[in-house]
Design a protein around this ligand. Structure first.
Ligand SMILES: *Cc1c(COP(=O)(O)O)cnc(C)c1O
Length: 393
């Protein structure tokens, strides 16, 4: 397997990603191993998915037990894991109701359907949704239109109508783009895929006020920031707001594929027949998500992310004290972007990989660090020394 991986891929796959040259076989905590037995520190966490690390015992036990009991019923019936997960998410957030699906893009699709229904009921059929430039909301046709990045949009034009992309962190841009046709604003609290772009502390409050004043829904896309990543259970807490709708996916199942959107009672306008999913809220993925989410809440893992995030940022600053190579370090909790003066990300990622540290090149001059929230100081120290060794001298 290890020799002909690339040949197999190039023969059989749609060629849509550039992979690193390794076949990963097993993982535990922050560590992951390839088929040749090499050990790596995983500071990518499956793209901010494994918030409790790989194969967390509580999640593994829940999956094993559920796999021996029941995998799938349709949503025509109740299942215990789904009920428990719904209760946990609602009781620990500012929302009242939840819908389960299978991915981040799907959660955003559901939330934007809900916003259109809101527009129909309360705003004379308004259906435009304002989103931000440099955002990332997923890869379905609507979410490509929502995602304010030309390189994700170019090949798919004409885009479905109803999305307006405006500059992020600019309340006036939202105000100017608001018309009678606008029913909602959808934003990431911190833009993840764009390279960890953190808005001013007042931006989201101002957006909240504007949405309330205009009877528009405020949807936060917490697919990447949710479940402790920013140092609080939900990213919106960092900005001291209460949105109307929130979408989740990535870390929700700690590796089991599940998404969700939640809404406050006033905003929860969907009725029987409006929306649905065959696998959404499947017993297996809900069991994993319940185990993972309740562990994150009970063990206060988000507080751990806050502490470790500050430590990681402090250590990062120390590797280039004179700022010769690093332009900027941006971070909140354990979502951290390192911006370089030059376009060295691809080369740095490759050499770090070879020395046992997996990181993600988000832009030619930027890497994103998103270790599990359970990462230890020793693991951070090791990662820092590998990074430092591989910085251009
Ligand atoms: C990853 C991501 C998505 C898309 O999630 P998928 O599960 O890949 O569809 C949407 N929004 C944000 C903020 C993301 O980071």
């Amino acid at each position: 397997m290890s020799e002909d991986w690339k040949q197999i891929e190039s023969k059989y796959y749609m060629n849509v990603v550039r992979r690193q040259p390794m076949v990963l076989e097993k993982g535990y905590g922050t560590k992951i191993w390839d088929t040749e037995g090499n050990e790596y520190l995983d500071f990518t966490s499956g793209w901010a998915v494994n918030n409790l690390g790989h194969c967390h015992p509580a999640v593994t036990a829940a999956i094993k037990e559920q796999a021996e009991t029941l995998l799938q019923t349709s949503n025509q019936f109740y299942t215990i894991p789904q009920l428990k997960l719904a209760q946990t998410l609602v009781d620990n957030s500012c929302f009242d109701r939840v819908f389960f699906c299978n991915s981040g893009a799907e959660a955003n699709e559901g939330a934007t359907k809900l916003a259109r229904k809101w527009g129909k009921i309360h705003k004379k059929g308004a259906y435009h949704i304002i989103t931000a430039l440099n955002s990332f909301h997923g890869r379905t046709m609507n979410m490509v239109a929502a995602t304010g990045q030309p390189h994700y949009q170019e090949n798919w034009k004409p885009l479905p109508p109803g999305f307006v992309n405006v500059p992020f962190n600019d309340i006036n841009a939202i105000k100017e783009a608001t018309t009678e046709e606008t029913c909602a604003v959808m934003l990431e609290p911190v833009q993840g895929e764009a390279g960890v772009i953190i808005p001013s502390s007042t931006y989201l409050k101002e957006v909240r006020e504007w949405c309330t004043q205009q009877s528009m829904l405020l949807i936060v896309d917490e697919v990447q920031t949710g479940l402790g990543r920013l140092g609080t259970l939900w990213g919106y807490e960092k900005f001291d707001i209460q949105p109307d709708v929130m979408t989740l996916a990535k870390a929700l199942g700690n590796g089991a594929p599940i998404g969700a959107f939640l809404a406050r009672n006033e905003a929860a306008v969907l009725e029987p027949g409006d929306h649905g999913s065959t696998f959404g809220g499947n017993a297996l993925t809900c069991a994993a998500a319940f185990a993972s989410t309740s562990h994150i809440i009970e063990k206060r893992i988000s507080a751990q992310a806050e502490t470790m995030g500050q430590y990681l940022q402090k250590e990062l600053k120390a590797i280039d004290p004179d700022g010769l190579v690093i332009e900027e370090i941006r971070g909140m909790g354990l979502l951290i972007g390192v911006v370089f003066k030059n376009e060295i990300a691809a080369q740095l990622v490759e050499s770090c990989n070879q020395q046992g540290l997996l990181i993600h090149p988000t832009r030619p001059n930027l890497v994103r660090l998103m270790p599990p929230l359970t990462v230890t100081k020793q693991e951070i120290d090791l990662a820092i020394s590998i990074l430092q060794n591989n910085l251009p001298k």
